[in-house]
Structure formats: C-alpha cells, structure tokens
Design a protein around this ligand. Structure first.
Ligand code: PDD
Length: 288
C-alpha cells in the first residue's frame, strides 16, 4: 500500500511519524473518508468543504499542498489501483513538545491512505443488519469530524460483541446517530432523521440521500426522533460514505418492522444509486 505523508507518496511501512505528533498525544486533528467508484471520487468537493469546516472549528490553518487536495488524493488513488475504494485523509496540528495549548509554530501533519469498500453481499442485503442502542457518551461538538473517537470506538466494540454491526446512540431520550453513521427512520410514508446540530456529524451521505429523495417527491423530515419512535419505526437505515444505505432489521434483539429489509429501503437505495451515477457522470468542478 502506498500512502501520502507530508507531501510524499511512499510505502506504508516506510511512513514515519513523531511520537510528539498532537494527533497521537491529544487526538488533536480532524479527518475525512471519501468514497471512490471505478477510480472516480464521489462528492469530493462536499468532503473537502467539510474538511475545511472542521479545520475552522478547531482553529487550525488549512495546509495547502502545492497541487491542491483533489490532485493529491487522485494521485494516491492512482497509485493504489483496485475496485471501489475510500480515501482516508487526516490532518493534525503537527508535532511539538507536549502542552495542551496550541504550539506557537508547528507544521501540520498530512496523512492519507486508501482502503477497499466492501460490496454489500446479497445475503446481508436480504437479511439486513443488527444494531444495538447505547447512551451517547460523546462530547458536545460531534459536528466536528475529530480523530478523537474513543467513545465511538467503545460503542462500536460493544455492538460487535453483541453480534451487531452498529451502535445507535441516544442522548436525553432522543436519537443522535450511529457510532460511525447517520440514522434514518421510516414512519408511515415519511423518512425522518435528526436535524443537524452539535450532536451529530453533518454526514455527506445523509445530505445526498435527503436531496435525492426530495427530488423524487419523498416526504423527508429533519426533526427530533424520540427513543420510543426509533423503537416503533417501520424501518431503520444507516448512512455513511463507505456503507451507502444499510437496512437495520434487528434493534436490541427485536425485529424492526417485519424483521426484513423494508420496501422503502429498497426504493431509497435505488434512488440513491441512480442519483450517484448521475452525479458521477457530471464532471466534478474540481473547485477547492
Ligand atoms: N464515518 N456520523 C459519524 C459519527 C461518522 O463517523 C460518520 C462517517 C457518519 C456518516 O458521514 P458520511 O456520510 O459523511 O460518511 C456519521 C466514517 C465513514 C468513518 O469514520 O470511517
């Protein structure tokens, strides 16, 4: 695997970082995960826009690679040929003697790598996925895509130990999001997902799905989802850049709706994938 580190492309085993890196010491950094299909990025501009927003929110100047991020990430993809892949891009406040306050002068650390996107197996698409609920124990700025993910790690591990793929988080009796996904519920004919705010990540897939469904006249609402609503939903879906749209068919050991992936999920996935193909057929602006 070839990775990108601070301006260079090199084999992963040759990439070295200082133990004084603030990403390592404090989790002082942010990241993006950007999907690509057949060698082309999907929603790259939107991901770079969110990257900039995260940097602004943590008061970190944007590192500006000479070629620009789009060219760096495209080159990384070319150097790791294969099927559908995601690019992970992490920026930290760099390496400096350990002190919580920002260092007076430190160059940001820029790191990127490529991972395969596993296709959804037919078997799993027919059965759907199990999820569990857990209290949301994260901080008050979950809208920042921070690399400090310990509560998310613990929540996902808890889910895996229960034979589930995701932990769905609840705060104050309301749904927030998954450990690494946004959550949608289907109620009657309506598709509902929590509104944006500091308690959830503004998911790129969430936004794209909402826009695609609304364009086709679906009733989509962004409003609070009570725990009781989640538990009585006809369908529950998860969205993320690496998973697109997954149906949750078992929640805390109980069936969701019929216990099979719902009809709305199948239709929504079709709308999503058609919109993705259209969007990828339109040349990207390359705007940075
Ligand atoms: N995670 N919420 C959280 C907490 C996430 O970590 C993610 C994605 C999402 C979905 O956002 P998007 O649609 O922009 O991928 C929501 C990535 C994939 C990860 O950490 O690997």
């Amino acid at each position: 695997m070839i990775v990108y580190l601070n301006g260079a492309f090199l084999p992963a085993e040759k990439a070295c970082l200082s133990p004084l890196d603030r990403g390592f010491l404090f989790g002082d950094g942010i990241y993006e995960v950007i999907p690509s299909y057949q060698g082309a990025f999907f929603l790259l501009d939107e991901h770079l826009e969110r990257l900039r927003r995260s940097l602004r929110e943590i008061r970190m100047p944007e590192p500006q690679p000479e070629k620009g991020w789009a060219a760096v990430l495209a080159e990384l993809l070319e150097r790791n040929p294969g099927g559908d892949r995601s690019v992970y891009l992490q920026l930290t406040r760099g390496s400096a003697p350990r002190d919580h306050a920002f260092p007076a002068a430190a160059a940001a650390t820029e790191f990127a790598m490529v991972s395969p996107i596993a296709p959804l197996s037919v078997d799993l698409a027919e059965r759907g996925f199990a999820a569990i609920t857990l209290p949301d124990q994260r901080w008050g700025r979950c809208d920042i895509k921070s690399v400090a993910l310990l509560p998310n790690v613990l929540a996902r591990q808890h889910a895996v130990e229960q034979g589930a793929v995701e932990a769905i988080l609840l705060r104050g009796g309301k749904l927030t999001e998954g450990a690494a996904s946004n959550v949608f519920v289907v109620l009657g004919g309506a598709v509902v997902t929590p509104a944006l705010g500091p308690e959830i990540l503004p998911g790129i897939t969430r936004r794209f799905l909402l826009d695609a469904l609304r364009n086709e006249g679906w009733d989509c609402r962004e409003e609070p989802v009570l725990e009781s609503t989640l538990r009585s939903a006809d369908e529950i879906w998860l969205t993320s850049s690496t998973k697109e749209l997954l149906p949750v068919t078992v929640l805390d050991g109980r069936p969701v709706g019929t216990g099979r992936p719902g009809p709305m999920w199948g239709r929504a996935l079709d709308v999503f994938q058609r919109a993705r193909e259209r969007s990828m057929a339109t040349p990207a602006t390359g705007a940075e």
